[in-house]
Design a protein around this ligand. Structure first.
Ligand code: ATP
Ligand code: MG
Ligand code: MG
Length: 566
């Protein structure tokens, strides 16, 4: 599990707490339900839920659902799922739309205070009021700002009652246009939008803006520390302004840096294009960095939290290389998952003098550490075993230490090393079809050990293995020549259709999720991706959700070593 102390004990989050050292701490994670969460959001989740947990407080999951045009039902479920998968349980699940009534009352109150007015200007006029292109001309206030409270109230109610079409009228806050901060230049509070809302239906024809909604919902929920990303730094002033003018409880907004991965595409529009044009298998394709994709790939939630925790939280945006993320995942898997033998591209080896050992049961540990809590399992040794094509050479050489005619190699866990005697080849394809070998009982400690899988019928099974490499060639696909679709790596998915996995897989699957793989959340702890293991000498794998009882499909989570990556 994550050791969250580091993140909260010192630095940015500690300073934030010391500014307002109250208990209980109340925070919120406020996604707009307009897309699937991505790896960047895991930082927001860890920061908000972690901060509350660290201080013995609570964190809301609040759907910021004020824009009926962009929101869809599937996202609501997927978001809550991901929060739980990361191991956090929301104190309450709330919706900004729960507060539409209260927000409306606050708007009327603001009008009564002479701090809001109904404006009829179009976009061009507003731009001129705000100083034109790049602020090249003097700012001035909208003439509508001088309307009486009564007139503003009447017009606002007309907005509410559907008497205006979209863009004909909107409610603006009367802030301070002389302030240097554009967030004080009479921001919009409500706009007319005749669209049904997924929760409130046709009840509302006006919807509040982010700037009006967020600070008030935080206030209604008594949020103590409202943590958001740095693009909201300038919004802090308008956030504080509105709560103060209305005389309501004032939460404290502070901003931390966003997390992004170089070489990954996170924008919804680009992801949609990759999915729709079938460059990937779907929104959860293991090559993507949506959280559903990272989960499907087999990355444990605990590894994600460890990654966020290691990076720490500051006010700078960080762009992290995928290799660094994978390094954390690898280290996490190294100590949490069992080991098995898998062969990607099998070639049979007939061991001529193995008749007496054919079918022998071998007890092998799931982890190399003696007395490991993971325990042992048994596999059968068979006269014919399968090894990987890449572990055999037709001609031996001095600097080569795996199998070749006349050369001896060790078989992991097996009773004796083997020495190849001959091989057969398919003339048409030039591929080796069978190797013959004998035990080499002389050599006690061969230079190299290779993995193998026993013959079918002994519990080992065929499987499909999908090896994932980076989806894009460049570190910054968005600015690649010809666009990011031109930057796609054609070898981002390499499939081995005839791989073989040893019988221990059945037990790994039955026992999943392994208790060692802590950090697994509640809702999805029984998913196929919890069937994770290290295939010795190959990579880390997890069971893919396309698998069936008949067909095993495995995803490569990460390679064993970083340098083998490219
Ligand atoms: P995106 O457009 O990438 O989906 P967003 O800014 O629209 O992100 P929401 O979906 O509304 O964000 O996200 C909910 C919370 O997650 C916000 O508080 C937001 O600041 C935070 N968040 C979003 N992206 C990141 C990121 N890359 N790193 C850290 N926090 C993020
Ligand atoms: Mg979003
Ligand atoms: Mg957003």
């Amino acid at each position: 599990p994550m050791e969250p102390e580091a993140m909260f004990k010192q630095g940015f989050l500690n300073d934030v707490y010391l500014e307002r050292p109250v208990k209980p701490v109340l925070t919120r994670f406020p996604p707009e339900p307009n897309g699937f969460l991505h790896i960047g959001h895991s930082k927001a989740i860890a920061v908000n839920f972690g901060f509350a947990r660290y201080h013995g407080g609570k964190c809301y999951l609040r759907y910021d659902d004020t824009n009926p045009e962009a929101e869809e039902d599937v996202y609501f479920t997927a978001i809550a799922d991901m929060v739980r998968w990361l191991g956090f349980e929301p104190y309450k699940i709330t919706y900004s739309s729960d507060n539409f009534g209260k927000l409306y009352e606050m708007a009327e109150k603001l009008i009564s205070l002479g701090k809001a007015y109904v404006c009829h200007c179009d976009d061009d006029e507003i731009k001129r009021q705000r100083g034109g292109e790049k602020g090249s001309s003097p700012r001035y206030r909208c003439a509508d700002a001088d309307q009486s409270v009564e007139e503003n109230m009447r017009k606002f109610r007309d907005m509410r009652d559907g008497k205006y079409k979209p863009r004909e009228a909107f409610l603006r806050m009367k802030q301070d246009i002389t302030d240097g901060n554009p967030q004080m230049w009479d921001l919009a509070a409500y706009r007319v939008l005749d669209k049904p809302h997924h929760r409130t239906g046709a009840e509302w024809k006006i919807y509040p803006t982010y700037d009006f909604t967020h600070c008030l919902c935080d206030s209604f929920e008594n949020i103590t520390h409202s943590l958001c990303t740095t693009e909201f730094y300038l919004s802090r002033v308008s956030y504080e302004w509105l709560n103060k003018e209305l005389g309501v409880y004032e939460p404290m907004q502070r901003e931390y840096g966003r997390l992004s991965l170089s070489g990954a595409v996170l924008s919804k529009r680009k992801l949609r294009e990759l999915v729709e044009k079938k460059f990937v298998r779907g929104w959860d394709d293991p090559r993507l960095y949506t959280l559903i994709a990272v989960r499907r790939r087999g990355v444990p939630p605990g590894a994600i939290l460890e990654f966020v925790n290691e990076l720490g939280v500051t006010t700078t945006n960080s762009i992290i290389q995928i290799a660094r993320f994978e390094q954390t995942v690898r280290r996490y898997l190294e100590r949490t998952v069992p080991r098995l033998m898998l062969v990607l591209d099998p070639v049979p080896v007939v061991i001529e003098d193995a008749d007496d050992l054919d079918g022998t049961e071998l007890t092998v540990p799931f982890s190399p550490k003696a007395q490991s809590a993971m325990g042992d399992h048994t596999i059968k040794f068979t006269k014919t075993v399968y090894i990987d094509r890449s572990d055999f050479r037709e001609a031996d050489s001095k600097d080569y230490f795996r199998l070749a005619p006349g050369k001896t190699v060790g078989l992991l866990q097996a009773p004796f090393p083997i020495k190849a005697t001959s091989f057969t080849k398919d003339e048409a394809t030039g591929k080796v079809t069978e190797i013959r070998a004998v035990f080499d009982r002389e050599i006690k400690k061969p230079k190299t050990y290779i993995q193998w899988v026993a013959a079918e019928g002994s519990g080992s099974r065929k499987c499909e293995v999908r090896i994932y490499n980076s989806l894009f060639f460049s570190e910054n696909p968005a600015s690649a020549e010809g666009g990011y679709l031109n930057d796609i790596n054609p070898d981002s998915e390499v499939v081995y259709p005839d791989a073989m996995i040893e019988s221990g897989f059945n037990e790994v699957k039955r026992r999943a999720p392994w208790p060692e793989a802590a950090g697994e959340g509640k809702s999805s702890s029984s998913g196929p991706e919890t069937v994770r293991f290290q295939a010795m000498r190959v990579a880390y794998f997890a069971l893919d959700s396309d698998s069936t009882d008949e067909k095993i499909i495995l995803n490569r989570i990460v390679s064993l070593k970083e340098d083998k990556e490219k």
